[in-house]
Design a protein around this ligand. Structure first.
Ligand SMILES: [Zn+2]
Length: 309
């Protein structure tokens, strides 16, 4: 495999308008943050982060591409990806979409050649700070079953023989379950025998939340559409890993199972996000996770919610 280095920041300032708008938020990980959304309360629970090496993650891109999108890169030249889960609360019930890495700290030298450092471990504390016990989560839904999305789902309950989220049904598409390597522990296998749900395209998995098949990153990859108060919010999952892909959905991704299918899926998601009163949540989108797609002429870009008002 070709060795890729990150692209350290250049002193010139050729960032696009979207990057200037996002500013530092494009280059840092997201804190815990709540969005009141109709009858739903949406809270990002941070677990950690992963650094993506841009020219390796998008193998068809080079330094000239990143000169044009330099605002997305941190000072060391990495694309910054937040890792965590989205808590969805509705009338006393709680759904958690994706569960972060779980405890982990991996140095760049010990990571995959397309990654820098990986770190997880904060999600239970973020949930506690929000005032919720893991046992109050009745549904865990996965966009897909990669380790930065399933970590805490299969963690043991420190107080008992089961899992930390042992009161929850575990939901993802049937295709995603079928393509999985399998339960990582006997406790996880026991839990899944009774509590695994394979959601169909369009199926409601929680009040106001439906599954949406968005294959490509994995064959069973699933986004979730939250409808509330006359608006919709699309939980994008890893169909897009970075806000830069709103501008360049055509960039193929090294780790996608079906790279060309992913391009089609990204275009489909961006069309959906262009419908009025539709927001998006990109879990890996640095500190610009909640936002919308806006169109300037022929160019689309990501506009983060400012969370100020
Ligand atoms: Zn991911």
């Amino acid at each position: 495999m070709v060795e890729h280095a990150p692209y350290p920041q250049q002193p010139d300032d050729s960032r696009t308008a979207a990057e200037a708008t996002g500013g530092e938020r494009l280059r840092r990980i997201a804190p815990a943050r709540t969005l009141e959304f109709g009858e739903h309360r949406l809270t990002y629970l941070p677990d950690g982060f992963v650094q993506l090496i841009p020219g390796a993650w998008f193998p068809e891109t080079g330094g000239a591409d990143w000169q044009r999108h330099t605002g997305h890169l941190d000072d060391a030249g990495y694309l910054v990806a937040s890792v965590g889960g989205l808590l969805v609360e509705h009338r006393g019930r709680a759904l958690l979409i994706d569960t972060g890495y779980g405890p982990r700290r991996t140095a760049p030298a010990d990571s995959y050649p397309f990654l820098g450092a990986e770190e997880g471990g904060r999600l239970p504390a973020a949930l506690a700070a929000h005032g919720l016990a893991p046992g109050a989560v009745d549904t865990v839904a996965f966009t897909h079953l990669h380790e930065d999305h399933t970590g805490w789902a299969f963690a043991p309950d420190p107080a008992g023989p089961g899992l930390l989220f042992g009161a929850a049904r575990f939901v993802t598409s049937a295709t995603e379950w079928q393509g999985w390597y399998g339960a990582p522990s006997p406790a996880a296998a026991r839990h899944l025998r009774e509590h695994a749900v394979g959601a169909a395209d369009g199926q409601e998995v929680f009040p106001g939340v439906t599954a949406w098949n968005t294959p490509g990153h994995t064959l069973g990859h699933t986004s979730y559409v939250i409808s509330s108060g006359g608006r919709r919010l699309v939980v994008i999952g890893d169909a897009l890993h970075s806000a830069v892909q709103v501008e360049r959905p055509d960039w193929r991704v090294l780790v996608d199972s079906a790279r060309d299918v992913s391009v089609e899926t990204r275009l489909r998601i961006l069309r959906e996000l262009s419908v009025p009163d539709t927001l998006g949540f990109g879990g890996h989108f640095a500190d610009v996770q909640f936002g919308r797609v806006v169109t300037d002429g022929s160019q689309q870009r990501w506009e983060a919610l400012d969370h100020q008002g």
